[in-house]
Design a protein around this ligand. Sequence first.
Ligand code: 4AD
Length: 455
Amino acid sequence: AELDLIKIEEDPSLPAAKKIKLRTIQDHLETRVLVQGWIHRLRVQKGVAFITLRDGTGFIQAVLSGDLAKARQTQELTLESTVVIKGVISKLPEGKTAPGGVELKADYYEIVGLAPSGDDAFTNKVQENADPSLLLDQRHLALRGESLSAVMKVRAAFLGAVRRFFAEEGLLEVTPPCMVQTQVEGGSTLFKMDYYGEEAYLTQSSQLYLETCLPALGDVYCVQESFRAEKSHTRRHLSEYTHIESELAFIEFEDLLSHLERLITKTVQYVLEDPVTAALVKQLNPNFQPPKMPFLRMEYIQALDWLNEHGVLNEDGEKFKFGDDIAEAAERKMTDTINQPILLIRFPVEIKSFYMQKCKDDPRVTESVDVLIPNVGEITGGSMRTYDHDELLAGIKREGLDADAYYWFIDQRKYGTCPHGGYGLGTERILAWLCDRFTVRDCSLYPRFSGRCKP
Ligand code: 4AD
């Protein structure tokens, strides 16, 4: 009852408060501001309450004292409630710490939406050490956490850096379709759909479409979702992922390799140039070492030697021999041991896709490249493309594909063919490396994998 006598009222004699976002708090010291957001942390004591407020752009510590602290509404506050706070921001004295080294001395605040307490309290929904699948059920709430939200911010910065890099390199952005009737990377991972009675698929890769853009637009790239019905649950496979793909005309294999080195080093450099994003990367991955050019180059055949010398066995439990796939575990073992980015090149024809150009000096292998990164393994797959009409047709037939469905792709070899190449970079994979996440699932807003299509 005593609490109910305390009224929170705004003093009309105070100067008007300027509405600000929390990322700009340093620009608004010693003026009266209005901030709004979610209660991220809360400590209510006798005569004082501390609220760490979050608005997605930053954090601030607000101090409530006197009646503001004593009022019933403050005593009953909960985490994740939304509030509007007015007051003055000041630098903290030496020795005290809070986000940004500042504090907001509140003179007034209102509750916008009170979050539940008790069984339904936020902390009961999103428990840090909960089973990952329970946390994924609560992804919409878990995203508010400091790590996940930091990854999403680094992700946005990375996609910005990618676009900046491509602009500098003279590539044009295009948006290919997601609904298609051709496969690129094998039938076993196709998501089929009914398209007005016809069979169609969700795209596995925009590569073939990018190739058709070269004569019209020159070098191109896209940032597009790709879909793979991967049956296996691994740290680095999603059913839907953000695929960064490029296609470059009139290049040679060596040009493709040096372009890839620049792509990886420069985009990381751009992400770290911004002090806010650099701080997030530091928070997530304190020991991160930016990559340096040139990358180690290794031929597939040399990788087999390395694996055999280090006692790593193939999928049949035997020594590696020419033509074997280097599966995820073996690839990771090698990459983690070497502990620097590797350009793994010249894979055999039989383990690579139908469209890959064969090496001039050895037709058993292709002008292909995987970029391997410690802790993740493959983040990029690329190659030069078969640009001879008949050879491409033979590749399509070898794969058992219906050449008619590919008429538009084959036409590229008919109406002015050219040597060209390209690659696909998995956004969530490069982020898993940059942000030191155990799994790519932590780098996707709402990850999809077998058994998970919600929320
Ligand atoms: O090696 P992939 O299958 O290559 C292609 O799709 C080519 N057509 C790309 C091109 O040349 N335009 O996939 C390329 C990259 C992989 O290196 C990996 O980073 C990512 O896409 N990736 C996946 N990421 C998450 N989940 C999956 N299921 C992925 N499958 C591939």
